[in-house]
Design a protein around this ligand. Structure first.
Ligand code: NAP
Length: 289
């Protein structure tokens, strides 16, 4: 265990899918706790997680199980999180809790309303994942070198914040802090809008594939750029509606950018387009540096 490791006797993970399963693998590998307790919706998932050694035990009765963990990570779909806040409030209100939801304003608002300002809840969003889902998609090292956004409030206890920060650091995450509103505004551009645009782009193929054998003409460029179009529709519809305001705001800017390029094409203004494309290429390359 690293000297910065938080010592948890027992860590609970609710929702053993891509994020929850990956978390269990790394928590075990980094020896962050003596016991990983799994909670999930389906018994088959819990049994598989136990069989594969991801968790030490599972618990079907959350109200009982929550009493024995000293740190709980909620990795369920976003809509389910508030149900767990009620159960935590009623059964172990002081336990240290975090989540991994991709949208923060609603989760933090619900936490303040249900758990109260005195609670030990600090919201997290590891910017790590993939288009895959479920326990079978979980992978070792998912959080290595990935940004993890924490959104503490003015009521957050300093020692709790430090524990959650160290937890993610131990998993290789690079922790940054901002407000829930800032998180949702920025992620709308860097994650939610790209998913929205790619779903819309792939949608154009609807009905075309069979008509004209488009399938034969799809190369790696299309496949690479549209990989996220294979993402889980339930998860993404949830994110789009929860962050609607910010996505619509960035969508307006995207439409403007698209129409500027279209204008160059319509006007046969090759120079103007070249200037734009060179600038765009530079911006994109700088992201990798
Ligand atoms: P996922 O692979 O579908 O896993 C979610 C798991 O939650 C499922 O395996 C399901 O378990 C469980 N679950 C569903 N309803 C539940 C309930 N009522 N109680 C307990 N468990 C329940 O989804 P994911 O990709 O890991 O996403 C989970 C969270 O991570 C979401 O909040 C998402 O915003 C966030 N996130 C996702 C990504 C990404 O790239 N996917 C990245 C960052 C953050 P069963 O098998 O038992 O039904």
């Amino acid at each position: 265990m690293s000297k910065f490791s938080p010592k948890f006797n027992s860590i609970g993970i609710v929702g053993l899918g891509l994020l929850g399963g990956s978390l269990a693998i790394d928590v075990r590998k980094k020896h962050l706790t003596n016991c990983i307790v799994g909670f999930s919706r389906r018994i088959s998932t819990l049994r598989k997680a136990k069989r594969n050694g991801l968790i030490d035990k599972y618990c079907r009765n959350f109200e009982e199980g929550i009493k024995e963990v000293d740190f709980l990570v909620i990795t369920t779909p976003i809509s389910v999180i508030r149900e767990y806040f009620y159960l935590i409030r009623d059964n172990n209100p002081k336990v240290l809790v975090t989540d991994v939801a991709s949208v923060k304003e609603k989760v933090v608002r619900d936490a303040e309303k249900i758990l109260g300002r005195e609670s030990n809840f600090i919201s997290s969003h590891p910017i790590a994942g993939s288009e895959k889902r479920g326990l079978d998609a979980s992978q070792e090292g998912l959080f290595e070198n990935k940004t993890v956004v924490l959104t503490p409030s003015e009521f957050t206890r300093k020692d709790s914040l430090q524990k959650v920060r160290e937890f993610w650091n131990c998993l290789g995450g690079k922790v940054v802090c901002c407000s829930p509103a800032e998180h949702d505004y920025m992620l709308a551009l860097t994650s939610h809008l790209p998913h929205f645009v790619i779903f819309s782009l792939v949608n154009i193929l609807n009905g075309k594939k069979e008509d004209r054998n488009f399938q034969d003409y799809i190369g790696s460029g299309f496949k690479d750029t549209t990989r996220i179009g294979k993402s889980d529709p339930d998860l993404w519809a949830e994110i789009f509606f929860l962050n609607k305001k910010n996505i619509l705001c960035w969508l307006k800017k995207f439409e403007k950018s698209l129409s500027q390029l279209s204008e160059d094409l319509k006007k046969d203004d090759r120079n103007s387009m070249l200037v734009k494309l060179r600038k765009i290429q530079k911006i994109r390359k700088e992201i990798d540096e």
